[in-house]
Ligand binder design. Structure first.
Ligand SMILES: Nc1ncnc2c1ncn2[C@@H]1O[C@H](COP(=O)(O)OP(=O)(O)OP(=O)(O)O)[C@@H](O)[C@H]1O
Length: 294
């Protein structure tokens, strides 16, 4: 059966198939973009490159030999069932997992060709270049203005005119300016959930990142706010490289250029999104995107 999530209704997990152990086949299926009308991802600059990444929480190995290039100015979607390692992998990309005790990463992750795990890496600087937006919006209990100005202030920007410019630019970029320009001093906590999430995106943009990591950024939002976030992701990729974790197959199909399917800590398949959702190379990918298991 040909998988076609682009037209499919929202998929639902099928518990019968989920109970069947599924073996992960190797090697990872890698697809050539030359025979289809997709951006030629293979020839884009590799903004972020993971090679042979293993990751351990104590003795538990959560990632097994992940090798994945994330092309510049593209959206890479990470999909797969709960617990397959999507968020773990995402957090490896800006060393957020360093904050968890007894974790070990093996392998390499390059940002602009430089190993972010090499000795001497300034992790604070890294996280400015690789910003993160979480599933649940987490604005600071401060004004809308101060939420966006926070990063630049910590980085030493003091001049009000410079901060004003950054705040306005980032709120424009996150498509929130028109809704908040007259209430910049109101508490961020007075915003709706969708507005708070766009504010968190503005806050991430304020440190001038090159890469934006998004961990299910719309999963707590209503359809209208979700659509606003998806439109925003489309706009932002002109200037940023985006990696997004999503459980929503239609969202992955709508917003991403490249999709990577994870299963039990392995990367099963990666390819241009249209191809992955219409002609996946692996049965397991097809089973997942058509909802045979969740
Ligand atoms: N802080 C942690 N300490 C120990 N184990 C963890 C931790 N975070 C995640 N894990 C384990 O690592 C594995 C991968 O988890 P991860 O959260 O990356 O999966 P996921 O694909 O993002 O799942 P979900 O879609 O449910 O968010 C799981 O077995 C999980 O239990």
């Amino acid at each position: 059966m040909a998988a076609n999530i682009l037209q499919a209704e929202e998929v639902s997990p099928m518990s019968e198939a989920a109970s069947t152990p599924i073996r992960v086949s190797t090697p990872v299926v890698r697809r050539s973009a030359s025979d289809r009308n997709e951006p030629d991802l293979a020839h884009r600059v590799k903004k972020v490159s993971a090679s042979n990444v293993d990751f351990f929480y104590g003795t538990h190995q959560a990632l097994h030999g992940i090798t994945l290039d994330m092309p510049e100015n593209c959206v890479t979607a990470l999909i797969g069932p709960s617990g397959c390692g999507k968020s773990t992998f995402l957090r490896c990309l800006n060393r957020m997992n360093d904050m968890i005790d007894e974790t070990v990463l093996r392998g390499k992750i390059l940002l602009d060709g430089i190993d972010i795990y090499q000795r001497g890496t300034d992790v604070v600087e890294l996280r400015k270049r690789v910003g993160m937006v979480f599933q649940k919006s987490n604005p600071f209990p401060k004004s809308i203005y101060e939420n966006v100005a926070y990063g630049p202030r910590v980085a030493g920007v003091k001049k009000r005119a410079v901060l004003d410019e950054i705040v306005e630019r980032c709120l424009h970029q996150s498509a929130l300016w028109d809704e908040v320009e007259n209430r910049l001093n109101d508490s961020a906590l007075q915003l709706s959930g969708g507005q708070q999430q766009r504010l968190c995106i503005a806050r991430a943009l304020a440190t001038n990142p090159a890469v934006l990591l998004m961990d299910e950024p719309a999963s707590a939002l209503d359809p209208k706010s979700t659509a606003a976030i998806e439109d925003l992701i489309f706009e932002l990729k002109a200037n940023y490289t985006i990696v997004i974790v999503t459980h929503n197959m239609q969202q992955a199909a709508r917003v991403s250029d490249q999709t990577a399917f994870f299963y039990e800590g392995h990367l099963v398949e990666v390819g241009p999104t249209t191809e992955m959702f219409t002609k996946p190379g692996e049965k397991k990918t097809e089973d997942y995107i058509t909802g045979r298991f969740g």
